[in-house]
Design a protein around this ligand. Structure first.
Ligand code: ZN
Length: 193
């Protein structure tokens, strides 16, 4: 946006209609935070690990995601929830069955707190126990990028699976539980006041 040099830890804005990320400095990010109907929206930083997320095998199968990983976000432009999964070609859209999604919403009311365009629900069912996160959408695209660049052969290859494993270890390390996050948010607000 401006010409300030970006640090590796810079923030992102989403161009909502194009679903594109733009790198910005913190001052520019702050300019766009809280603008509900703007062309660009600031991607929040919270990462919530959701250990109590309710998702049955039958519900997951009804979502028709061809691999054991996907993310879901509310697109304000499309006015619906969009399901994407990583593939060697990048993020691929899956047609979402709305009845299944509404059922998941009902059992997981915290999903209503998910910010449109900028936050997503990430489901990882690669390991025996499923892991679910409410997280910034740029983290989802980082995962997509990792998978696209590391993919080898038919099933991805060892390197890719190691990269995925590492991604989720880091994500867990950066995450808070929903309760913790409230405390952190209050602390941040107090610091700003
Ligand atoms: Zn800037």
């Amino acid at each position: 946006m401006c010409s300030a040099e970006l640090t590796p830890e810079h923030e992102h804005l989403v161009e909502t209609s194009a679903r594109q990320l733009t790198c910005v400095c913190q001052a520019c990010a702050i300019l766009f935070s809280g603008k509900a109907n703007a062309k660009y929206r600031r991607v929040p930083r919270r990462i919530l690990y959701l250990p109590d997320f309710q998702l049955t095998d039958a519900q997951w199968e009804s979502l028709l995601i061809p691999i054991n990983m996907a993310f879901f976000f509310h697109s304000s432009t499309a006015e619906k929830v969009i399901a994407l999964y990583p593939s060697p070609a990048g993020a691929t859209e899956s047609l979402l069955d709305f009845e299944s999604w509404n059922e998941i919403l009902e059992s997981n009311p915290m999903l209503q707190e998910m910010e449109p365009d900028t936050e997503a629900l990430l489901v990882n069912r690669v390991r025996e126990t499923a892991e679910c996160y409410l997280l910034p959408i740029d983290e989802c695209y980082r995962l997509v990028g990792l998978i696209r660049t590391h993919w080898h052969g038919l099933s991805g290859g060892t390197q890719m699976w190691e990269a995925i494993e590492q991604f989720f270890v880091e994500l867990k390390g950066k995450s808070a539980s929903p309760l913790h996050n409230n405390t952190q948010a209050q602390a941040r607000e107090a610091a700003h006041a």
